[in-house]
Design a protein around this ligand. Sequence first.
Ligand code: UDP
Ligand code: MG
Length: 324
Amino acid sequence: MLGEKQTEVIHKETDRPAVSLLIPFYNEEKQIETTLQTVVPIMDSLNLSYEIVCVDDGSSDNSWRLLSQYADEYPQVYALRLSRNFGKEAALSAGLAEVRGDAAITIDGDLQHDPRHIPQMVELWQEGYDVVEGIKSARNDGALSRFAANTFYKLFKFASGYNLKNASDYKLLDRKVIDAWNRLPEKETFYRALSAWLGFRRITFEFEVQERKSGKSKWSVFKLMRLGSNALTAFSSKPLQIINIVGWIFIFFFLILTVQTSVNYFQGHAVEGFTTVILLQLLTGGGIFLGLGVIGTYIDRIYNEVKQRPRYLISERKGREEND
Ligand code: UDP
Ligand code: MG
């Protein structure tokens, strides 16, 4: 197996490269140059054929102009432009559909995923692992976002059974995993968990999340909440079951209170339960709305999947002969 891989590694210019580096960029004009100048020498040091696939996720700044310049200048750089901002998940999907390597490494465009780990990842792949995953050794985010992330991962583990604590999108996938990913029919993906769902031979390595050097995080609170809700509803129907359980609890109390109010009534002091009624109304009202909300979230998901719209649209490509 390994022998095969190594003979394949000697590629001609036009052939499939051994390793593809996939980088999504969204409004990263200040970062692109530094990032590419950092990763190119590291990729060169691998002594393998490689390509760098840059996905411009509908940036509104100069990112595309820069990326297409790099694609023109360097034969190993291939740039892809999405027709608008589809989000990092879609950008990764677009890239994974386009990479030609025997393996692909996904890495953030802001160098927070330290590229010095790439040689180690490639080595593990050559040892026969299909998925090499980066685990964050320390989150250097603020206390609040660390708390939010940890709470989400606890909830996610409870609901789906997958432990994604400290997981990241810094991963290497073997060709067979990439092909499996590309065959997944769902439109709304959660890379971190779906790639775990795929299985295959996996191994993890630890890395320290670097400071972002320029610009700021492209995630808004709203985008993060949407990703979180997508992730949960994609991997678990527990919230739906919980509504059921809550419903039964309400019915149980309802029965008890029926007995109590009836007794009160026959004893002749019926008005007393007024406070209880108000409280109960509030509680059931709240419960119903919450339940409807959860059902609504799942219907929203079904609706989005049923529409069968593509995960992304590509508007331009730069840097591969057949496309120029
Ligand atoms: N990104 C993207 N589309 C988006 C948001 C982000 O392609 O809608 C890219 C971004 O340019 C960066 C990577 O995804 O290369 C990680 O984004 P960011 O650093 O904003 O996320 P964080 O590090 O805060 O998780
Ligand atoms: Mg970042």
